[in-house]
Structure formats: structure tokens, C-alpha cells
Design a protein around this ligand. Structure first.
Ligand SMILES: *Cc1c(COP(=O)(O)O)cnc(C)c1O
Length: 361
């Protein structure tokens, strides 16, 4: 079987040119006589790979010099703990914007370390939209504000960056980083699991402003959860996920060759617009998300007649359109449209959906 269009939310589709390059270098990376998987993380070759990946990411996001880039493990889920372990100091409080499952998980974990306060969103919107700027109410004394720019499961995304004033803004960008241009200066700390828009699972990216790298918030913070330790050791305090790091670097360079984040943003906007236009034009399909909060990366939708869902998914599978089933907690469908999903994949999906409606509508 050839390659399918894989709409998985993560681990997700990777750019084919990257997979081909990795394949061509798999047994012998650039004359080293070994695979990147087999290299010492402290050797000259891997150091070059690591440095090159960070440099490409810095160019892409125009990361200022006073921000550090850390290559970690544990996924975004580990960051739900690592952020409060480092930033939520005794007696302090953190503000959270609650837009769905991932922000609630982050908030629940932080509550184990200190006080958390709801600064916007929550149940009352039914998680169908993100709060507007005037609905946000920040505590100026908070140690940080945490939010989830893109809720991967619900398919709601912020179209703006909240203004937290002088309070550091912390963002879980797992499913939206690199999908469009971003002003890193607006943030104190950005984190993202790699398996959506960066590379293979196992790598977690953290971009953190240097002034936030003090002593951890509590003396009990394990060394492997201390940002400063990674910053001081070039993310090699212990063995990093070397192969995932290498592939992430290849993905960063692929994005550059494709025209950078501006081109990604234009392409992603076009992809999402095509799918939402179909949803809006039809009574057969429904989008549960308010128009101004629709995700470019994870488009959720339902069939007006839910009894047709199984047939929809089955037909999609046999047409080479894979992993369209929504998250088990919300049901319905979800098409993840990350950078590596080609426009042809969205065209094929839209065509399949039109045809399914014609036959079953
Ligand atoms: C996928 C995802 C997570 C969880 O990531 P893990 O790597 O499984 O820990 C957290 N937050 C968001 C927004 C995600 O998309």
C-alpha cells in the first residue's frame, strides 16, 4: 500500500521529503558509518546535528537571544508539572485560561504545587469558543498566566495572544507551534510536544525567557525537572531523545525551504478554510465550534445524523483518508491539518465528504 492521507492528531503525518532524507541517511549519516540512533549524544556528529536544529528553529521563530531553547522528554504532559515546579513559588498563584481538556489537565496538575485561579473560559462557554480579550480577568500579582492556544481535542484555537501585562505568559503550543508566524517576545515560556507539528514523539520543546530560569520553585524539584539544569547543559544533562531531535531539525529546515512560517500560515489558513466552507455550506455536517475560535490545525465536525458516522469513517478509510475519528472523550470527527498535511489531502477529504453527502444526504 502507498502512503495515505493521515489526519491523526498525533503522532501525526511528517513531511515526506524529511522521511525520505532520514531513510537515505539511516544506515550511514553523512559518512559517519553509523545511524544517528547509534551516535553518542556528546560526540562531534550529534553535537553538530543538535546545534543545527536549534539554529534552524531560532531562524524560523526569530527567537531573541535572551530566550533559551530546551530539548526535553516527557511530552507536554510532563510540562504540566515542570512549569509549576519551576515557576509556582510558595505562597504565589498562577492564572489559567480554561478552554478545554488540555488546559484543565494543566490546571489540575499545577494545583498540586500551589494556588491556581481561573482567569477566563471554563464550562460556561461549553468549550465551543475561546474567551474574547475583554472576558479575560488577570491577577496582576500572578506568577504566570497559562493558556492553551490550540485545544487539540475540542478544535478551538485563539486567533490572538492574550495580553497578560507584565505577568509571564506560558503557552502549551503542542498542536499549533510553527503553524503560522509567532512573536516569541509575547511569551515567558512556550512548550510543545513534538509529535504534532515538529517531529516524532519523545521530544518536547521548551522556549523560555532567561529571567525565568532561577532556582526551581521548591527544593524538592527533581533535577530532571529543573529547567536551569537543561539550560546549563545544552539539554544534555542526561541522554536526550537524539533521533527525534535530529528529525525535528530536518522538519525545521523543510519548513524553511517551504517558505517559513508565513508560507505555512497561508497554506494552513487555506486548508482550514476549504474544510470549514464545506461544513458551513451543508446541513449534513456540523461544526461544533464558534466561527472566530475555529482551529486551523484540528477541525472537529459531526454528522447531523450520527448513525452515519461508522459508514463515514469506513468509507474514508477505504479511500485512504485515515484517522478521522474524533477523540474518545468528545466523539464526532476530527481532521488534523498540521503543516505536513498537503493541500491535496484536504482536497481529497472535501471531495470524499461531498460525495458521501450526495449518496447519504
Ligand atoms: C497532545 C497534547 C498534549 C499531550 O501531549 P503528550 O506528549 O502526550 O504529553 C498536551 N497538550 C496539548 C495541547 C496537546 O495537543
Amino acid at each position: 500500500m502507498g502512503r495515505v492521507f493521515n489526519f491523526s492528531s498525533g503522532p501525526a503525518v511528517l513531511p515526506q521529503p524529511v522521511l525520505e532524507k532520514v531513510q537515505s541517511e539511516l544506515l550511514d549519516w553523512q559518512g559517519s558509518g553509523m545511524s544517528v540512533m547509534e551516535m553518542s549524544h556528546r560526540g562531534e556528529d550529534f553535537t553538530a546535528i543538535a546545534t543545527r536544529a536549534e539554529a534552524a528553529l531560532r531562524r524560523l521563530l526569530d527567537i531573541p537571544d535572551d530566550y533559551r531553547v530546551l530539548f526535553l522528554q516527557g511530552g507536554a504532559t510532563a510540562q504540566f508539572s515542570m512549569v509549576p515546579m519551576n515557576l509556582l513559588r510558595e505562597g504565589g498563584s498562577a492564572d489559567f485560561i480554561d478552554t478545554g481538556i488540555w488546559s484543565r489537565k494543566a490546571m489540575a496538575e499545577a494545583a498540586r504545587y500551589g494556588r491556581v485561579r481561573l482567569a477566563g473560559g471554563g464550562e460556561r462557554n461549553g468549550y465551543a469558543r475561546v474567551p474574547t480579550p475583554d472576558e479575560l480577568d488577570f491577577d496582576p500579582a500572578a506568577l504566570y498566566v497559562h493558556y492553551t492556544p490550540n485545544e487539540t481535542i475540542g478544535g478551538v484555537e485563539f486567533s490572538y495572544v492574550p495580553d497578560s501585562g507584565s505577568v509571564p505568559l506560558v503557552a502549551d503550543m503542542s498542536s499549533t507551534i510553527l503553524s503560522r508566524p509567532l512573536d516569541v517576545r509575547r511569551f515567558g515560556l512556550i512548550y510543545a510536544g513534538a509529535q504534532k507539528n515538529i517531529g516524532p514523539a519523545g521530544l518536547t520543546l521548551v522556549i523560555v525567557r532567561e529571567d525565568l530560569l532561577g532556582e526551581p520553585a521548591t527544593a524538592a524539584t527533581p533535577t530532571v525537572f529543573d529547567y536551569r539544569v537543561y539550560a546549563d547543559n545544552a539539554s544534555m544533562y542526561n541522554t536526550p531523545p537524539t533521533f527525534a531531535w535530529y528529525i525535528a531539525g530536518e522538519v525545521f529546515e523543510w519548513i524553511e525551504r517551504e517558505g517559513g512560517l508565513k508560507a505555512m500560515g497561508e497554506r494552513n489558513h487555506r486548508k482550514a478554510a476549504k474544510l470549514y466552507a464545506l461544513l458551513d455550506a451543508s446541513d449534513f455536517y456540523r461544526s461544533p465550534v464558534a466561527v472566530d475560535s475555529r482551529s486551523w490545525m484540528n477541525a472537529t465536525f459531526t454528522l447531523a445524523d450520527e448513525a452515519l458516522s461508522a459508514a463515514f469513517l469506513e468509507g474514508a478509510e477505504s479511500s485512504g483518508l485515515k484517522n478521522l475519528k474524533g477523540h474518545r472523550s468528545v466523539g464526532g470527527m476530527r481532521a488534523s491539518l498540521y503543516n505536513a498535511m498537503p493541500e491535496a489531502g484536504v482536497d481529497a477529504l472535501v471531495e470524499y465528504m461531498r460525495e458521501f453527502e450526495r449518496v447519504h444526504g
